[in-house]
Design a protein around this ligand. Sequence first.
Ligand SMILES: Nc1nc2c(ncn2[C@@H]2O[C@H](COP(=O)(O)OP(=O)(O)OP(=O)(O)O)[C@@H](O)[C@H]2O)c(=O)[nH]1
Ligand SMILES: [Mg+2]
Length: 991
Amino acid sequence: MSSVNDSSMAETDQDISDDLKTNDELLDEIVEHQEAKLSNLQNKHEYELQQNQRRLEEYERTIRELQEKLQVTDEKTSANLRQFDEEGGRFDKEEKEKLSRLHQRLRDDQRTLVDTHHNKVLLEEQNTRLLNDLRDTRQMVASMKKGLGSGDKADGTGAQELIKSLEMKLNMKTAESEKLKDKLEELRQRIESLQKESQNKEIASNEATEQTADSEEAEGQINHPINSGEITKWLKEGVVELKIKRINMLGPPGSGKTCSLRLLLNEDPPEEDVTDSTPIACRAVKATRISCSKGAWERIGSEALLEKLASDLAAYVGKHPKPVDSLHNNQQQGELMECKSSEATDAPDSTDSQNSCYTKILEAIKSGEKIHLNQSWVYIVDSGGQPAFQELLPLFVRRASLNIVTLDLSQGLDQRLECNFRIRGELFPIDSFFASNREFFKKVVCSGDMCPSNKPLPQEAQCDAQPMHFILGTHFDKVSHEEFKEVNDALTVDLSKSSSEDQVYYYKENESEMICHVNTLIPKGEERSQVSQEISKFIYNCVSRKLKIPIRWFAFDLFLQMEAKNKNSSYLKIQDVLSTGERLKMNKDDTEKALEYLHEVTIILYYPQVLPDIVFVDPCTIHDTLTRLLSLTYVNRSSYHLILKEDEEISKQEVKDLSKKGLFTLDLFEKLPDIPGILKSDLTELLCQLHIIAKIGEKSYFIPSALSCYNGPPLTKDNIKPLVIVWLNQDNKNLPVPQGIFCSVIVQLINEAALKFSMPGSPSEGSFIYRNAMSFQILIENEGCVGTLHFINKYKHIELYFTGDDPAKYCPLVREIVMKAIAESSKKIRVDEGKPVPAFECPETEDCYCLVIDEEDERSHCTFPKSAEVIKGQESYWNWFHAPRHNNSEVCHTHLNIWQLDEIYCTLTNALFSTSEWENLGYKLGLIQPIISTIRSDRQTSDERLREVLTKWLQQAASAATWPLLLKALEEANRKDVAEKIRCKIQATAK
Ligand SMILES: Nc1nc2c(ncn2[C@@H]2O[C@H](COP(=O)(O)OP(=O)(O)OP(=O)(O)O)[C@@H](O)[C@H]2O)c(=O)[nH]1
Ligand SMILES: [Mg+2]
């Protein structure tokens, strides 16, 4: 039994041992499995930690970079703010606040970044703790293994508990790690958003810096003299594009200019039967179209216009809703409508409205919007028709886009015009240098005389366009339709013979009616309105010029006009002008530049060299004083009280001196009504500067416009032929003598220092003292009187005669001085069109001029395609230039012809003239730039271009092309060597 028991016990032991073994193995497996699991977890955790570590490092780097960037931005912003502070006042409070808000936000962001950094440190600490925990876990697993190996807890429960606790701990750590991960992710996102925000701030800060730089640049420009850059600077902030229809009313005295203007503006006809004559030029009427459909015009005052501008600007930048009455404005068409106000009806609370305009305009400009307003104006200048005024007009009137030419139909076409100076219902006959309507029409319309041809405005589009004409036949109520037709047809024929045909608008093209006939005195009512609308609508569609004016300057101009109106004065003191500028945030320099610009562009007159304290906002007071002075020569003694100051009288001698010699004294000038605040002596100084008068003694002045007009026979030609001065345009077309230049040159010659030009004491036989013809005795120190110069305005040209014993000695000097005076006067009255060229009247062909093209070689070029050979070598002509020389060989003077082109070309190239020098030679041969440009574009090789240059020269110079001229051109083109070679060759051939 025992053996059985023993064996069964042995078996049981064996089983237990096996079981234990199996348990151990199982436990080992479990431990191994858990160990592997833990190890995996540990690896995963380590990997994650490593990742976290790397990310943290990245964040740390990003934060560092961000901090650096922020520091730079911060420094920039602080520098900007400092700069703004230093330049205090330049930037307004609003901008400063904006920047300081930006600065504040940057500081906040910096603080957030510091917080982020702090969080990162906490995260690092947590990670360290995690690592420690993991180390503990590892140790626990190791000790568990050890415990199991020693069999302390043979049932394995200890191990299982351990495993459970380990799993719990691991789970805990994993959750913690997850949390950390989330936190890191959150942190990353915040850093990213911070980064973005910082970038935006940086851009904003850079923009602010750029703006500072821009304004610095702009500030820099202010110190420079006025230039296109200066205008561009102001144009940048906004532009008013004015579509200006600048209209000048031209017509013989009493032809109905003023009455026509009233009709066009739909104003009532004048109440008086005889209207007063208009002074030299009237205050310019600004009119706007009041209704698109009706097309009528209405005068508009500066205040109304300013209010309109302010509300348009406000509406433009969208800050203020447009007032209801401005909503009629049709921006698309650029029409200014329904803006009813005139100088007379401006509201009494003008200061308030002025202040509100300042505010609105400045706000609009400051808004930073690129403003662009379109406004259409009709800008009409009514001028006085007196012939005496004509020469003064260009100084006060700018070139028009349209001339309305009035002709009194009742005076007949060829009938001598009855011209009167009208004052307070009285008529005083005046002389007239145009005998009839036809003559006036031909002068003004067919040849463009008596139209101011001064410079187009700097910013004007279509600046090269010639003014157009619109012919208004007045007094239609006094003639039959047949009579009108006769005049219309005759003038149409005259026009068709001229080159100005396309410069006239036909009123009814289909009915061949060039002239628009009208009775300007139609009584107030429906018919008058209808006629007014019809004509003004037609005129409105005629040409207009576009003018870009910086908004600030445009507003400045209007404010000045308002200031002057408030002060009831035609001028302003410079202090008032500067303070108006200041209110528009313009400093002294800006204001002076704006004044210079407005002087050029509008009617403002500012002569800092003569009257630095005065700005004439409207020159009407100057016109009035001058008109009064000149009218003393027409009116009767009994009417002097209408012209002079109260209780003032003038002597017969004073009137005689003025009308016969053009002389007046300061005493006489003082007797004319004063312009309050302006000394008469200052006014005479101004008139001297304008070349209207010349000072000829301590208190005496000479005014050529006061003289009568010479209508007598032409001078009998003396031993020396007259030199004529003609004006040519770019296409070598003859232009009339520019209006205003003749009297201006007379004044200039009287002031001449090099030679003394002395006027004769009074008109006598053989000498002239007229508005259009003047004789000067030429006096030279130690030699006395060396001759007499007769200087005559023939309107197509100016003629110079010299009578003296030795013309060859003095004529060249006289010619030079006259040409210099013409150049000076052209500048003064801003003649832009045409170039004065010395010439002779062609002895062979009527109306043809021989233009002097080479005084040395006595070469002239006929304006008619015809030879001027006859003049060559004739002393009576060339004495104006030099004593004649005839030392060149016959061969040399043989004229070159177009069929010699190849010979000339080969001679040049054989003498080693390079074809590549074609352009320089072309210029030296007198070809003008457009021809050179055409040659360059039309011909490909220099070879062809040289041939073309020679062709053009031969054609242009006609029979006047000679070898000496070509040689001279070569010498001037720095090819003396070539010239010498050719000269030798020609001489050899001649022998
Ligand atoms: N019957 C009639 N008279 C007219 C007409 N137009 C003008 N008049 C008269 O002609 C005179 C001169 O008219 P204005 O318009 O002042 O002439 P103006 O061309 O401005 O004259 P100045 O300013 O001296 O150059 C006035 O007395 C008018 O009454 C018209 O169409 N018919
Ligand atoms: Mg008039």
